[in-house]
Design a protein around this ligand. Structure first.
Ligand code: SF4
Length: 328
C-alpha cells in the first residue's frame, strides 16, 4: 500500500476552507493508502505567534481532525515537534537545497514582503516541508494548487540528495490533487483563513454559522431583491455546491438569475444544509472535549509509530552521509 503524508497548521479552529479543501479528502484517502497526518507546529513558528497559544491550538486542531473523520484505526495522526527527526532531516536536506529556488518560492516572497526582518526559518520552510514528506518515504502528498510549487521543490531536493549520496533512498513524491476548488473567504476577497477573520469553523454552533453567513459577500449586482444576479461569481453559490443537493443547487441558480428570492433566503437554505452536514462533527467534537485523554492518546501513539519510521530513515541518512556512528 502506498504511503501518503500531509500536514496542517495548528491554527486552532478547523474551518470549512481547510475542511473542504483538504481534510475531507484526507478522510477519503484513509481507505486507499497508508496515511500519516501531522499537525505542523514547527511550521507555525515561522510566523509571528504567541507561545502561550501554540500548544492549545495544536491540541484543538488535532481534536478537530478526529471530529472531522480521521480514524486512528486507519491512519496515523501526530504532532510534528514530537518527532525530532523532522528538523534533523531538514538540516541534512538543506545541504542540497538550492538557495535560488528557495528565494523564488511564491509563499516566501509574499510572506517576506510583510516582514521588516525576514527570519531564515521562513526561507527554509519548504526544506522542512520536504523533510516532513521524505522522512516517511511517502509516495503521495495531497495538496492544493497553492502547495504544488513546494512539492515540486521537495521532488527536486529528493533527486539532488539521492544523486549527491549515490542512493535511491527517497522516492519523488507525487501530488494527489484535491477536487475542491480554493475556498474563498466570507468577505469574498481572499482565501478563507483564520488570520483574515473570514472563516466559518466546522464546529461552530448553528447560531454562529448563521451570524457569519448573514452578512457574507454575494454578487454585488444584487443591490436589491429585484436585481437579478450571476450565481457563478457568488461565493454563497459555490458553498451550496458542497452542502446542498444538485436539485437545490439548480434551484439556487435559477432563483438568483430571475431575482426570484433575496440573498438572505439563499443564505438561509445554505445555513440549514451546512448546519445539518456539520452536526455529526459537532457531536464527535463534544465527545472528544469531554475526554481529552483520548486525543492525547491518539497523538502519543501516532508519534511513537512515526518515531520508529523516522528513526530507521535517519539511520540510513546518517550512514549515507558518512556521519560517525553514535557508538563510535
Ligand atoms: S441569490 Fe444566492 S447565489 Fe445569488 S447572489 Fe444572492 S447569495 Fe449569491
Amino acid at each position: 500500500m502506498q504511503r501518503v503524508f500531509s500536514g496542517i497548521q495548528p491554527s486552532g479552529e478547523l474551518h470549512i476552507g481547510n475542511y473542504l479543501g483538504a481534510v475531507r479528502n484526507w478522510v477519503a484517502l484513509q481507505s486507499e493508502y497508508e496515511c500519516i497526518f501531522c499537525v505542523v507546529d514547527l511550521h507555525a513558528i515561522t510566523q509571528p505567534y504567541d507561545p502561550r497559544e501554540l500548544a492549545p491550538r495544536t491540541f484543538e486542531m488535532a481534536a478537530g481532525l478526529l471530529a472531522a473523520g480521521l480514524d486512528p484505526e486507519r491512519c496515523t495522526l501526530f504532532v510534528q515537534s514530537h518527532v525530532p527527526e523532522h528538523t534533523e532531516l531538514a538540516w541534512a536536506l538543506s545541504v542540497v537545497a538550492p538557495l535560488g529556488d528557495l528565494e523564488r518560492m511564491t509563499q516566501f516572497k509574499d510572506k517576506a514582503a510583510r516582514e521588516e526582518t525576514v527570519p531564515a526559518a521562513l526561507l527554509n520552510y519548504p526544506v522542512l516541508q520536504a523533510a516532513d514528506i521524505l522522512l516517511y518515504l511517502a509516495e503521495k502528498v495531497p495538496v492544493g494548487e497553492d502547495q504544488l510549487q513546494h512539492l515540486e521543490l521537495a521532488r527536486e531536493i529528493a533527486r539532488r540528495w539521492n544523486a549527491r549520496f549515490g542512493t535511491a533512498l527517497f522516492p519523488e513524491p507525487q501530488p494527489v490533487l484535491s477536487k475542491a476548488r480554493r475556498i474563498v473567504g466570507l468577505d469574498g476577497n481572499a482565501k478563507m483563513s483564520k488570520s483574515l477573520g473570514n472563516t466559518i469553523g466546522v464546529l461552530e454552533s448553528p447560531e454562529a454559522i448563521w451570524e457569519k453567513l448573514r452578512p457574507a459577500m454575494t454578487d454585488p449586482a444584487r443591490k436589491t431583491r429585484r436585481d437579478p444576479g450571476t450565481p457563478e461569481i457568488c461565493n454563497i453559490y459555490a458553498l451550496h455546491q458542497y452542502f446542498s443537493t444538485p436539485a437545490q443547487v439548480e434551484h439556487v441558480a435559477q432563483m438568483c438569475r430571475t431575482a426570484g428570492w433575496g440573498c438572505l433566503d439563499c443564505k438561509r437554505l445554505l445555513a440549514d444544509n451546512m448546519i445539518a452536514a456539520l452536526a455529526p462533527l459537532r457531536e464527535r467534537a463534544a465527545d472528544l472535549k469531554a475526554h481529552p485523554e483520548r486525543v492525547r492518546g491518539v497523538l502519543g501513539r501516532g508519534a511513537a509509530h512515526c518515531r520508529r519510521i523516522a528513526g530507521a530513515t535517519m539511520a540510513r541518512v546518517r550512514d549515507l552521509m558518512g556521519l560517525a556512528a553514535r557508538d563510535a
